[in-house]
Design a protein around this ligand. Structure first.
Ligand code: AN0
Ligand code: CP
Length: 317
């Protein structure tokens, strides 16, 4: 694998999940693959899980790891070509990227959507430049429009916990005080569609996602109806995608918060969230602390999804 930006880069999902579960049973079996190889992880935005799980995954494979927080200690980077650089940005991405490529074998990039210019975000300008100019295989650690390592971990988790061949999975929008990207729901939708589950998305009017990702998923504007009979509830906030409100918050309606009454509508569903989560905005304390909450095993599987992807990239070097 030379790049990992979306579900389209991973091949058949049943094979990927089988490989992930094999890695989970013996995560040190492929230590030789990463010997004398270096992963560079580049963060334009904050992270807890992605940083720790991806670093751990690379170490499981015997790799060395370098982490760069671009906004803490590195030169401020200009990203637009043609700009007269007389401001506060001391270096251009067009030099920084090939330089970073000199010091490593693989690159992971986290670069969130700016949520101002939809075309710029949906062209994935930053990570595409890493692919073009680094000379190295590149994987997304959440880019502007997708978070495939998260969706892969979510898929592994559902496969581990499901008791039906084709479970009902409901992704519900929930309120949040800050405008968040659509990357997590976009990826979750495209991976759930690819997995062939009974997949339903529920959100207030105006929060429709890009149909490129939602595909044939059922959209239900009544959250209670959507939750009826669910086997998995996946909560997430996102900002509006549709014009003219791209990147805006249209609602903070706390009647969408996932609470015990909402979970009672389901078929004793498991509760999932990618984390970090704001309690009593997205989900109540009771639900996230309940025995049906699987947010911690879900986060644990981030190590496994990352290791599967890095392993495949090492095999293709
Ligand atoms: C980010 C988001 O919603 O994309 C990262 C989630 C993994 N969340 C926040 O910024 C709170
Ligand atoms: N779920 C996730 O990607 O978390 P971080 O933002 O902490 O990496």
């Amino acid at each position: 694998m030379k790049r990992f930006l979306s579900v389209n880069d991973i091949g058949p999902l049943d094979k990927a999940v089988a490989e992930a579960l094999e890695i989970k049973r013996d995560r040190f079996a492929y230590q030789h693959l990463g010997r004398n190889r270096t992963l560079m992880m580049i963060f334009f935005n904050s992270s807890l899980r992605t940083r720790l799980s991806t670093q751990k995954a690379a170490m499981n494979l015997g790799m060395n790891v370098i982490v760069l927080d671009v906004n803490q200690g590195a030169w401020k980077l200009e990203t637009e070509r043609g700009v007269i650089m007389d401001g506060d940005k001391a270096e251009h991405l067009l030099e920084a990227i090939p330089v970073m490529g000199c010091y490593c074998d693989l690159i992971g990039v986290r670069s969130f959507a700016g949520l101002k210019d939809k075309a710029e975000d949906y062209e994935e300008r930053i990570i595409e430049q890493f692919i073009k100019y680094s000379g190295r295989p590149v994987f997304s650690m959440e880019a502007a429009t997708c978070h495939p390592l998260q969706a892969f971990a979510d898929l592994i988790t559902i496969e581990e916990y499901k008791t039906k061949e084709r479970p009902k999975v409901v992704m519900t929008w929930a309120p949040h005080p800050r405008a968040l990207p659509q990357a997590v729901p976009n990826s979750f939708a495209e991976w759930m569609n690819a997995a062939g589950y009974d997949f339903v998305i529920t959100h207030p009017h105006g929060y429709e996602l890009d149909p490129k990702f939602t595909g044939n998923a059922r959209i239900e504007y009544d959250q209670d109806k959507a939750l009826a009979g669910a086997d998995f509830v996946y909560a997430k906030n996102w900002s509006a995608y549709a014009d003219p409100n791209y990147g805006k918050i249209l609602s903070t309606d706390r009647s969408w918060t996932v609470d015990t009454a909402k979970m009672a509508l389901t078929d004793n569903a498991y509760f999932m969230h990618c984390l970090p989560v704001r309690r009593n905005m997205i989900v109540t304390d009771d639900v996230i602390e309940s025995p049906r909450s699987i947010v911690i095993p879900e986060a644990a599987n981030r190590e496994i999804s990352a290791q599967t992807v890095i392993k495949r990239m090492l095999e293709a070097l």
